[in-house]
Design a protein. Sequence first.
Length: 343
Amino acid sequence: MEQLLEQINAYKTEIESLTPADAAALETYRIRFLGAKGIVKALFGEMKQVPNESKKSFGAVLNDFKQLAEGKYEEWKTGLAGQPAEAAPAVDFTLPGATDPMGSRHPISLVRNEIVSIFRRLGFAVAEGPEIEDDFHNFTALNLPEHHPARDMQDTFYLHRNPDWLLRTHTSNVQVREMEKGKLPIRVICPGRVYRNETISARAHCFFHQVEGLYIDEQVSFADLKQTLYFFVQELFGQDVKIRFRPSYFPFTEPSAEMDISCLLCHGKGCNVCKHTGWVEILGCGMVHPHVLENCGIDPNKYTGYAFGMGIERITMLKYQINDLRLFSENDVRFLEQFSASF
Ligand code: PHE
């Protein structure tokens, strides 16, 4: 009995001097004192040996001790709860990683790159030029002298500072600049942004993108043009696509044509996209007008050439079945992130 009381006092001093530093130390304490095979349980087991007359007082001592042991445990547990458990690693490696959101290429860029890559395979080089252009390179050299009625075909933005300057209405200005360099033969495509003073709607915008092409050499014929464009649309839209040419007018080409492709949606049966004709216009083209060659210092008796021009927006709308041109410039991520980049 005396011995047991001494033992209990020793445990009390031990408990009072303790401060478990972390969850692991607290657990060791719990197992030692409060566990199923712990000290408190063991001491209660000693009750049997205590003489009956002392059972009451010993019981009271034992209960005090138990309360101390349990009370301290609860106190430490709440104290440690605020702190991170030291045993746990600072980083939880099982959590999914934080990733940076991936951007996606703009559909216009995707289609432009695809068009460029097809023509590159045919030996065309990429040429670029200024978006702010002078009247000569955008109009006059292209057989559109001042007051030519065809200038009205393209509503032009002029610069206040100098009325001779304008925002190019097509990338044909780059073709003029290539011809002026005087190095023949020429085989270039000119992708770029162009501007026209049009009311913004689902079908028109004040700026859009074009790819124009130019091939000048000895004996270039309309047959070369047809074959090149046929190859191009088959690469872009698939082997089954059909083409047709309709006579047209451009001041810088003679003869001129517009090229249609068979409707990709209804395969010629007739739908809203092709306005029930089975055909969709995608580009203008023709043989470079002898005046244009002359204006750019090329001898039209020796050289001939073809040119073509297409709107990238139109082709992108056909390819991805987009029905409103304005979506391309609204920067709505929900729209833009739908296009996966293969280029
Ligand atoms: N430059 C013309 C346009 O912007 C397109 C075109 C280019 C037509 C070359 C014929 C030949 O509309």
